[in-house]
Design a protein around this ligand. Structure first.
Ligand SMILES: C[S@@+](CC[C@H](N)C(=O)[O-])C[C@H]1O[C@@H](n2cnc3c(N)ncnc32)[C@H](O)[C@@H]1O
Length: 177
């Protein structure tokens, strides 16, 4: 399954950390790319440094208009999944979402334009209470991949963690995968 994410908007300055975390969750929970509007350009450097150290080819692309990317992805047969507390229950929709080949997941920052709800193939609520785009995205990505995202490797890492019950075991890799 190919999964990409688009984040619409940002609350200026105070949202930098949240936006970085949306990108970090996307990368580590198995999405291949994130599109972002209105962000601090340093976010791209942060994510590319993480790719260099911990592997993988996660991409960050800054876009001017969320609508163009959503329309383009629809033409490329992506299903558009908009995360919103007003949406249908994730428990009811997760099976259908698991069967799709290509998903573009849309998360907001502040109030999301009405058109997003209309362009989406699925409006999905992770519960019907307000929380956060970071938590909603993490839960959705886990539900649609059933934990399999954590069995995947990130190629060409400079460092690899060996999961351990105690302490920190990190291997420096001399060879590239
Ligand atoms: C801080 S919330 C903004 C909520 C805003 N008041 C609104 O009306 O959309 C930012 C984003 O988090 C996500 N989100 C928050 N709670 C959610 C929930 N229960 N289910 C799914 N997504 C949620 C949505 O993508 C939302 O656009």
């Amino acid at each position: 399954m190919i999964i990409q994410v688009v984040r619409i908007g940002q609350r200026l300055v105070r949202d930098d950390r949240v936006t970085t975390h949306v990108a970090l969750v996307s990368r580590s929970f198995g999405a291949e790319k994130i599109y972002m509007t209105e962000v601090n350009p340093e976010i791209k450097d942060t994510l590319y440094k993480i790719n260099k150290t911990w592997g993988g080819n996660f991409e960050v692309e800054f876009i001017e208009k969320w609508k163009s990317i959503v329309k383009k992805k629809k033409e490329e047969n992506f299903k558009i999944v908009h995360l919103t507390m007003y949406g249908e229950k994730i428990n009811d929709a997760q099976k259908e979402l698991q069967s799709k080949d290509k998903l573009l997941i849309v998360v907001g920052a502040k109030k999301v334009p009405r058109e997003v709800y209309e362009l989406a193939d699925y409006n999905i609520g992770v519960g019907s209470q307000p929380h956060s785009e970071i938590s909603a995205l993490a839960v959705l990505l886990d539900r649609i991949q059933n934990g399999s995202q954590f069995d995947r490797t990130f190629p060409n890492a400079e460092r690899k963690i060996v999961p351990a019950k105690n302490g920190k075991i990190v291997k420096a890799s001399k060879t590239r995968d």
